[in-house]
Design a protein around this ligand. Structure first.
Ligand code: NDP
Length: 249
């Protein structure tokens, strides 16, 4: 349980990548300012997080199951937090999707929106009443540079992040009146399983209906240059965790 003076931070998608590092960084804060509730949809994946958290596990870091695509799971998770009191919500869970629209089913597209857009909306709706009552809180949303600019064959992922940006910009103004902050983090490339999965998807990718020049641009210009950008400028999950910590301090 959180000590008085500690801020309760709930983070989504902590089984890997950025979410895992944010959870560990905050749980190991030098002044123990945070009580971290690290959530993941499948607790069988907890070992990497528990190992990285070390002594902090069970002290400043606890685990709860949470699938951001399920209304019931979101409600249950927040009900399991003492007094439903969350000071800082970090919406990190997200999925990618790459390929020409003709090769992607509407069901797959809905899964991306269910996670990246409605997942965030569900979480905000659930924590907002308590934050409004207390007139205090901070909501962080992990967007992307692709929430600001479209990228070839990333149409659906980009659209889901744009949708979230629009939602959050509108919400921020209303929440400000209740002294609740809403911040968006927009990382460029970060070395995580997200990147690995994307490169696997590229290897299997087919291009039905796509124009030959676009495919050539994607394969010969976009992919090699994004690989170069990753190598030269790619950030680590730790970089994003440190940046997130600065945003909430
Ligand atoms: P990872 O694939 O390593 O992590 C994604 C996390 O989201 C996993 O823990 C995954 O859990 C979780 N997740 C997926 N679906 C759900 C769900 N329905 N409910 C709860 N958790 C879920 O990728 P990153 O760490 O890179 O991505 C984190 C965030 O950062 C995402 O929002 C992504 O869009 C964003 N981002 C990433 C960039 C990058 O280059 N890596 C760049 C810009 C933004 P599980 O293990 O169960 O699948």
């Amino acid at each position: 349980m959180a000590n008085s003076g500690q801020k309760v931070v709930l983070i989504t998608g902590c089984s890997s990548g950025i979410g895992l590092r944010i959870a560990v960084t905050l749980a190991k804060d030098e002044k123990s300012r945070y009580h971290v509730i690290a959530t993941m949809r499948d607790l069988k994946k907890k070992d990497k997080l528990v190992e990285a958290a070390g002594d902090a596990y069970g002290k400043t870091l606890m685990l709860l199951p949470l699938d951001v695509c399920s209304d019931e799971s979101v409600r249950q998770c927040i009900n399991n937090v003492k007094d439903r009191h969350i000071d800082i919500l970090i919406n990190n869970a997200g999925v990618g999707l790459l390929g020409p629209v003709e090769s992607i089913s509407i069901e797959e597209m809905k899964r991306v929106f269910e996670t990246n857009f409605f997942g965030v909306v569900r979480m905000i709706k659930e924590v907002m009443p308590d934050m409004k009552k207390r007139r205090s809180g901070h909501i962080i949303v992990m967007s992307s540079v692709m929430g600001l600019q479209g990228v070839v064959f990333n149409d659906v992922y980009t659209a889901s992040k744009f949708a979230m940006e629009g939602f959050c910009e509108s919400m921020a103004v209303q929440l400000m009146k209740f002294n609740i902050r809403l911040s968006m983090i927009e990382p460029g490339p970060v070395h995580t399983e997200f990147e690995t999965k994307m490169m696997e998807d590229v290897a299997k990718m087919e291009y039905p209906g796509a124009d030959a020049d676009t495919v050539r641009y994607f394969k010969d210009v976009y992919l090699p240059s994004s690989t170069d950008i990753f190598e030269a400028m790619g950030q680590t999950p730790d970089d994003i965790a440190k940046c997130t910590k600065k945003v909430i301090e």
